[in-house]
Design a protein around this ligand. Structure first.
Ligand SMILES: [Zn+2]
Length: 242
């Protein structure tokens, strides 16, 4: 058996070297060739991802208001760091498995952040125009990754957009809140299923929290149980328009 294990390891190593030769597996951030055991980022770039250990600016207000129980992100999203090419690959290069990997990271963090069992995981729905261009919602893959750790059901179409909203990129915090107000509704098909259930809402990046908090409030109004919100990364809003 020991000999068989050795041969298997040797064959694996030969196969990986061969794969690297014909199809180099390179780091999305630094372009270094990685071994085939690494995914998207090399060990060095991966270790430089900055964990988000702070509290979301809206957390206290919304927990006190009773909309959510908790709110957390795994990493800081900072331009020019290794997280940027990782998210770029997930959103624009159809590397959906990066979403699953990030979702697993959320799942691991969730086990220390959430005390109640999560029944259902819901991804934040993508803007319709973006969905048309992109053909997939990256947050659905993040939700899928979370579910592998938390063993909860994913309901992708639980929250749907009820009206068109202009892109938020150039909007400040207050404008974003107005922009998404009334923009979501709970899918009637899932009303009964969601009632009284503990739900984890997931997104790729949270900035002001306006979108995900609006989704949380429509779920709450529809009778959902405890709600937690999370994202793979948190980005500070760069615009300071009054
Ligand atoms: Zn690297």
């Amino acid at each position: 058996m020991q000999g068989f294990k050795k041969i298997t390891l040797m064959l694996n190593s030969i196969f990986n070297n061969f794969l690297n030769f014909i199809l180099p597996n390179t780091c999305l951030a630094c372009d270094e060739v990685m071994d085939h055991g690494s995914n998207y980022l090399c060990k060095s770039c991966y270790s430089k991802l900055e964990p988000y250990k702070e509290t979301h600016p809206w957390q206290a207000e919304h927990i006190a208001g009773g909309t959510i129980e908790n709110s957390f992100s795994v990493y800081w999203f900072r331009e020019g760091t290794a997280i940027q090419p990782l998210f770029h690959a997930l959103k624009y290069q159809k590397i959906k498995r990066a979403g699953i990997m990030l979702g697993k990271e959320i799942g691991k963090l969730a086990t220390s952040k959430i005390t109640d069992n999560i029944d259902i995981i819901i991804p934040v729905p993508l803007h319709k125009a973006k969905y048309r261009d992109r053909t997939y919602n990256q947050s659905e893959y993040i939700a899928k990754g979370i579910s592998t750790i938390l063993k909860a059901e994913v309901v992708n179409d639980a929250v749907i957009r009820s009206r068109f909203t202009p892109t938020q990129t150039r909007l400040n915090k207050t404008e974003r809140k107005i922009n998404v107000s009334g923009a979501f509704k709970v899918n009637q098909r899932h009303n009964d299923k969601l009632r009284g259930k503990n739900i984890l809402l997931a997104d790729d990046v949270i900035t002001t929290g306006a979108t995900i908090l609006e989704c949380a409030s429509v779920l709450k109004a529809a009778g959902a149980g405890k709600l937690c919100i999370c994202s793979a990364a948190y980005a500070e809003l760069k615009i300071n328009v009054v």
